[in-house]
Design a protein around this ligand. Structure first.
Ligand code: ADP
Ligand code: MG
Length: 344
């Protein structure tokens, strides 16, 4: 096999590198008036409200390059930001990407990372309109900013949930967390026994949810088509039990969530048992699922009833009720930000 060619970043220089990394990006949104190349990008808000969200990702804290392919990392860095824009019921239009890189990153490695960014831009129809590039003494640092547009009346905040509203989630929960457990296990085995083949069979779904998550863009279209406006919404990044607390706190309400109704995939359920973890704890505290958590008025229930994507998992109550998990055996546990513990 030919050795893979590697080019040090210093060979291109900062401007050469930016030009090289961004040459394949072409704009698709009419709201992008000026992208990369000037002192600032120029965007047209087209008479709408602008929605902005930023994330900062640090190697060793938010990602581990030992088991994260750079292309997946580029894709995920963008998607998790777009998820925040969708969670406002807004359409993402542009992103900026800033990176701090150490000398161990070659031009080819950065090409992989930008290939993931490019794929996310294509799949979600957003334009890369700028960023910043600098060096780092240690690991890779990534900051992505996403910009979106919405009509003022369409925006959905975290503070609109009312008593009697139904609490809903998309998809299923806990999968990304269990994917991470598998990757961490294989990493430990690899460090101790590099000759052992990884045992990743039958875990494509879980590992995929961890390494290459998708944002729920089709759900916004569904809301629009059904003339359904959630009363509150956010995306699930930290885990259901801490994220529902944000909605309840900001809305000044409580909730009852029903353990029996919290959706989990077969794969996640069985993997939790294999790891000696309580499946419901994984679903509640796992995080990084990037599903949407939202509340709807009870009269809108029929609009989502036939859709497999949605699960009604609880009901909004008075604030005095607190935020409660009702277990299968009808016990009531107060939900905590760190999650709920079976053994309390
Ligand atoms: P400045 O000196 O004004 O910060 P730069 O030389 O850093 O400008 O950037 C030149 C252009 O390239 C700008 O449009 C900037 O937004 C864009 N850019 C810089 N780094 C990146 C990157 N990593 N990804 C995408 N665009 C970038
Ligand atoms: Mg700069």
């Amino acid at each position: 096999m030919e050795p893979k060619q590697t080019t040090p970043v210093s060979q291109l220089g900062e401007f050469g590198l930016i030009e090289h990394l961004t040459k394949n990006f072409h704009h698709v949104n009419s709201s992008t008036l000026k992208g990369i190349g000037d002192d600032a990008a120029v965007l047209d808000s087209e008479g709408k409200k602008t929605v902005v969200s930023t994330d900062l990702l640090v190697e060793g804290i938010h990602f581990d390059l030992m088991y994260t392919p750079l292309k997946h990392l580029g894709y995920k860095s963008v998607v998790v930001n777009l998820s925040d824009i969708y969670a406002m019921n807004a359409q993402p239009k542009q992103i900026t990407v800033s990176i701090a890189i150490s000398s161990r990153f070659t031009v080819e490695a950065l090409d992989e990372f930008y290939a993931g960014i490019e794929l996310a831009c294509k799949n979600y129809k957003v334009d890369l309109v700028g960023g910043d590039t600098t060096s780092s003494l240690s690991g890779l640092i990534i900051s992505v900013t996403a910009i979106g547009l919405a009509d003022a009346e369409d925006l959905v905040y975290r503070n609109g949930a009312k008593e009697g509203d139904l609490v809903c989630v998309t998809g299923d929960l806990g999968a990304a967390y269990l994917g991470l457990q598998i990757l961490e296990r294989e990493k430990r085995i690899y460090i101790e026994h590099p000759e052992v083949q990884p045992e990743l069979e039958n875990s494509d779904y879980l590992i995929g949810k961890q390494l290459k998550p998708e944002a729920r863009k089709e759900v916004l279209k569904f809301f629009k088509d059904m003339n359904l406006k959630p009363t509150s919404m956010m995306d699930l990044s930290d885990g259901l039990s801490s994220d529902i607390l944000h909605i309840c706190k900001q809305s000044g309400v409580g909730c009852d969530l029903f353990e029996a109704q919290i959706p989990m995939s077969e794969e996640a359920y069985h993997m939790a048992l294999k790891f000696n973890l309580d499946p419901i704890t994984c679903a509640l505290n796992g995080g990084e699922d990037y599903e949407l958590l939202f509340t709807i008025q009870p009269e809108d229930e029929t609009k989502i009833a036939d859709e497999d994507t949605f699960c009604i998992i609880g009901i909004i109550t008075k604030k005095e009720n607190g935020c409660v998990l009702v277990t299968r055996s009808n016990n009531r546990h107060i939900l905590k930000a760190q999650g709920w513990n079976h053994f309390e």
